[in-house]
Ligand binder design. Structure first.
Ligand code: PEP
Ligand code: MG
Length: 556
């Protein structure tokens, strides 16, 4: 730590370093723009915002005014920020400490003129670091990164989000790896099993070479039928929708077999920022998604935060967050947040008219009534605004639906008639609430299983009841993107499934091999089971019988 007698030159050094760092970030954003969806790129907006005077800037200048040199001032401020972030219980906010560290490393490099040193990155490199950061990934050309190993980090870390978006195998949160002995040695990163092999012997190398070529051959096989609509062996059509929210590659919307977005998680837009996005920002964002999917339905879910999803600028601290202020409960208590979001959605929908609005975490019919009232109010407000602006455009009223993810809804399905236009089952939360197992707690993760006969029985009840009352019902939880799960859901009678893009081809491939009668029989069988492992056994046996064993092999 060093004090100086003149602060002006130190401030100039600091501002210079900020400008150079901003230029680095712009360069990285440009380099990544054709490889990453827009939302993943928002990570770099966070970096730019942190550099603003209102974030780190003013505090560093204050410290320089107190006599510290630029490097010491930066260190003092950054350490304070990191300590504050790391104290937080919430993993998403804790992850922001990583951004601050990474940014300060860049600033420091510019302050000490170490920037721009050439990095000798081999082709087929595996990035290993105490903490792999988003900007580390952005600095290295995509084709040179073969794998990622990070000691720290979790599913929410930006590096993990980007690795998934880029399709790079990554193992995040590993322990006991001798980092100093890893330069220039062979390493295998198995992103499927979460294993890392250092200096693997010939036998392991051989096995992985084989798995790799099988993986590739299988992916090529799936691609051959990429354009076909999904259907069972007997020709029953299943509509494939995608889950989105992190952005998507522009060409997905154009693929004819993807029939729309079955779940757009709008909370990501809110999580990637340092403040609530304005109505105009939201409108522009939604308009782009709706425009890309023009002619295809887009189901946008209203803000679903709380539980494990937190906003850095709106922390919610609760004893039992999953039973607390989540989803619709929070937005009805803060109707101003809800109304801004709905107005933005309705305005964004004027040209395309393909918006469907879905309400998360509904546990009570009163919540649907109140939310519908607010949606109608927002619609009237937008209509008035449009007419006042001398624009006689018709403002379409979107269809309104709910997530079925809280067990109380299962027993009130008949009361939904006339109140909603559609519904979608959130199997992730439905499993957690039916089995009373926190979906994020690794101590009880062995009990969390969507193949539990109770969960499947509940889903079947929902399928039957919604059919009876004539409300279209799809499934958008992870079970829909699991090939075995998709078989069960199809057998139960669902004909609309929504899943992550990377699962679409696998699910289509399995369904095409299965006859609907076989799937119906499988459902009858599994509903008689008492344990999830018995269900899994029967599902896998059917997969083998229909000649789809390829889907069960490691890596597939
Ligand atoms: C679900 O709960 O199944 C779901 C799709 O929503 P999320 O995973 O975002 O809670
Ligand atoms: Mg949910």
């Amino acid at each position: 730590m060093k004090k100086v007698s003149e602060s002006e030159p130190e401030k100039a050094r600091y501002f210079n370093a900020v400008e150079n760092t901003r230029a680095d970030i712009i360069q990285m954003t440009q380099r990544m723009s054709d490889q990453l969806p827009k939302d993943a790129l928002a990570i770099f907006d966070v970096y730019q915002q942190l550099l603003d005077a209102a974030s780190l800037g003013n505090e560093v200048v204050d410290k320089i005014n107190q006599g510290w040199c630029a490097v010491s001032a930066l260190k003092i401020v950054v350490e304070k920020y990191i300590a504050e972030f790391e104290k937080m219980d919430d993993p998403y906010i804790r992850e922001r400490a990583v951004d601050v560290k990474d940014l300060s490393r860049r600033l420091l490099e510019h302050l000490t003129a170490k920037a721009n040193r050439a990095l000798a990155i081999p082709t087929s490199a595996i990035i290993i670091a105490e903490e792999v950061t988003a900007s580390m990934l952005a600095e290295i050309p995509r084709e040179q990164i073969t794998g990622i190993v990070s000691f720290k980090g979790a599913e929410n870390s930006h590096a993990a989000i980007m690795a998934r978006a880029l399709g790079i195998p990554a193992v995040i949160g590993v322990r006991d790896v001798p980092i100093l002995q890893l330069d220039d040695v062979d390493i295998i990163v198995d992103g499927y099993s979460g294993k890392v092999f250092i200096c693997p012997n010939e036998a392991i190398l051989d096995e992985y070479r084989k798995l790799e070529s099988e993986d590739k051959a299988f992916a090529d096989l799936l691609k051959q039928e990429a354009d076909e609509y999904a259907q069972t062996a007997c020709g029953r059509r299943i509509s494939m929708y995608i889950n989105s929210g992190m952005g998507f590659e522009g060409d997905i919307a154009e693929q004819q077999h993807i029939e729309g977005i079955g779940l757009y998680r709008t909370e990501y837009l809110f999580m990637m920022r340092q403040r609530f996005p304005s109505e105009q920002e939201q409108q522009a964002f939604y308009q782009e998604v709706l425009g890309d999917f023009d002619g295809k339905p887009v189901i946008m879910r209203t803000l679903d935060v709380g539980g494990d999803k937190q906003l850095p600028y709106f922390p919610i601290i609760e004893e039992n967050p999953f039973l607390g202020w989540r989803g619709i409960r929070l937005t009805l208590d803060h109707s101003e947040i809800f109304l801004v979001q709905i107005r933005a959605m309705i305005k964004a929908n004027i040209l395309t008219n393909n918006l469907h609005i879905m309400l998360p975490m509904v546990s009570d019919i009163g919540e649907i009534e109140e939310a519908s009232r607010l949606i109608k109010q927002a619609h009237r407000e937008v209509e008035k605004e449009m007419f006042d602006a001398d624009n006689a455009a018709r403002v379409p009223m979107p269809k309104i639906g709910v997530m079925i993810e809280v067990p109380s809804m299962i027993f009130q399905l008949d009361k939904l008639k006339g109140k909603i236009d559609f519904c979608s089952i959130g199997t992730n939360d439905l499993t957690q609430y039916l089995l009373a197992v926190d979906r994020n707690n690794d101590k009880v993760s062995g009990l969390y299983d969507a193949y539990h006969p109770t969960v499947l029985t509940a889903i079947k009840m929902i399928a039957d009841e919604t059919k009876k009352i004539g409300i279209p019902c799809s499934v958008c939880g992870e079970l829909a993107g699991d090939p075995g799960g998709a078989m069960l859901l199809t057998g139960m009678g669902f004909d609309q499934l929504s899943m992550n893009t990377q699962n679409v081809l696998r699910v289509k491939w399995v369904l095409k091999k299965a006859d609907h009668l076989v799937l119906q029989k499988l459902v009858e069988d599994v509903l008689d089971c008492t344990r999830p492992d018995q269900v899994k056994f029967r599902v896998n046996r059917t997969i083998l019988n229909i000649g789809a064993a390829g889907i069960l092999r490691a890596g597939n």
